[in-house]
Ligand binder design. Sequence first.
Ligand code: KMH
Ligand code: ZN
Length: 276
Amino acid sequence: MTGTVITVAPTGAESSKADVPALPVTLDELVATAKECEALGAAIIHVHIRDAEAAPTLDQGRLRATVTALRESTGLIVQLSSGGAVTDPESDRLAVLDAGPEMASCTMGTVNFGDGVFLNRWEFIVDLHARMQERGIVPEYEIFDLGQLASLQRLLSRHGLPFGGHVHVDLVMGVPGGMPGTAAALVACEQALRDLPEGTTFSATGIGRSTIPVMLASLSAGGHLRVGLEDTITYAKGRPVESNMQLVARAVGFAQLAQRPPLTARETRELLGIPA
Ligand code: KMH
Ligand code: ZN
């Protein structure tokens, strides 16, 4: 069995800097976080950015500057979020691709998201998938519920494989409104993945307190890991996460215990069909 791809999702669009001071919200904070997480064993960075007031933004200039800075300062695979915040319009989410990332997320369906709705219409998904094919951007298909894997199968059979020909999905588990962050749900997804093209890979992340059960289940089922303050702000009961590096270090430790040590960014590019 292969090693483990570790993705760090350091910022997200949901937590505020006031509530979570460890959140990297400036470009300097993000780059410093990226470098340290890469040194620890992360291979991919899933990026949401913030504006001067630390509010989530899809500002094109900031996105381009972020992609450039992360490329110059690290060897990490830069994956921009096309999900943004639940309030972001589709046009801005599509325009994320103009910033020229190597990878971008592509969520496979609408899901209740806490008190909000994360809207992903079928036509929007098809548009995002097609634009990524045209521009040579590798998608990470984000799966919030089991049925979204059936939607992915439908997408690929009607509209073709993604750029590079390899299919990689990320199971986002434990969102209030989506599938639970349990080993049983992960196994159900892993079985459904067998209907996707041979060689399809998956990572998983558990929101909040499901982070540890999901990490252990994913490693046991042959999956990869995503961790970060986007998904988890409490390290243990009564202990806020101190930094993204603390979460990456824990994931690296679990991966090593599972005898599936972290893959480098170069090895991950090879696995996921991303040009060097
Ligand atoms: N912030 C969520 C509404 C993604 O990055 O593609 C969407 C999200 C998924 O985080
Ligand atoms: Zn995200």
